[in-house]
Design a protein around this ligand. Structure first.
Ligand SMILES: Cc1cc2nc3c(=O)[nH]c(=O)nc-3n(C[C@H](O)[C@H](O)[C@H](O)COP(=O)(O)O)c2cc1C
Length: 200
């Protein structure tokens, strides 16, 4: 089993979303010792915002790219390959200013590639990233689940679905800043949810 873990907490491994992912991956590897995990820390190694030249290079077929385009498309090619090759996608997702981290958005902008990760047909878009399962492990200062202010859940569900990843499970640790003295309990509860999901 190949697992791709994308993390985006400003605080690296100390981030609450990273802590949930670390628990998830430990538990997963205890159950599947053969699982191979590729981790991409977007705070430590940020992906530049997409610009026109990179976008153009990304959508140009490899055999038609000039030298400059080959260099520009190299990073996105790697990101797309990592995504296509994984069986399981784990996104640890902090909430920053009512949205996903901009570093995660930069990853999204690089892996959405017409003809490779999705295609348009007469009947609408079709995702080409098939046969994967995704877990989104979220950490938030406030409480938004089920409200219009939870911008992350519908956005990620829509985006992943657009690529063909429709089997998406969310585990959200909320109120981390509202109840600072309860942080260990909140995280423990989310970890117990993860344990339950991995048992199923
Ligand atoms: C720059 C920044 C912006 C934040 N914005 C929000 C927000 O809009 N809503 C919220 O509920 N919490 C917000 N928080 C709190 C984080 O969601 C909370 O600290 C969470 O633990 C972040 O995940 P992490 O620990 O994995 O980085 C913000 C924190 C930071 C550092």
């Amino acid at each position: 089993m190949k697992v791709l873990h994308i993390s985006s907490s400003l605080f690296g491994a100390d981030g609450k979303s990273s802590q949930l992912a670390s628990h998830f991956l430990d538990q997963l590897q205890a159950r599947h010792p053969d699982a191979r995990v590729i981790s991409r820390d977007l705070a430590r190694d940020p992906i530049p915002h997409l610009d026109a030249a990179t976008f153009q290079a990304n959508i140009t077929p490899p055999e038609d790219r000039d030298e400059q385009q080959q260099a520009l498309a190299r990073r996105a090619d790697t990101l797309v390959q990592e995504l296509l090759e994984c069986d399981l996608l784990v996104l640890s997702v902090p909430m920053y200013n009512f949205g996903i981290p901009s570093t995660l958005k930069a990853w999204i902008d690089n892996v959405a590639r017409a003809g490779t990760t999705f295609k348009y047909t007469e009947n609408g878009p079709v995702g080409l990233v098939q046969g994967k399962k995704a877990y989104v492990l979220g950490a938030r200062g406030g409480a938004y689940q089920g409200t219009p202010n939870d911008t992350q859940t519908p956005y990620l569900q829509t985006f992943l679905g657009f690529l063909g990843i429709t089997d998406v499970t969310f585990v959200l640790a909320e109120k981390l800043n509202m109840q600072p003295d309860q942080v260990p309990e909140i995280l423990d509860q989310a970890k117990a949810e993860i344990d339950q999901l991995l048992q199923d």
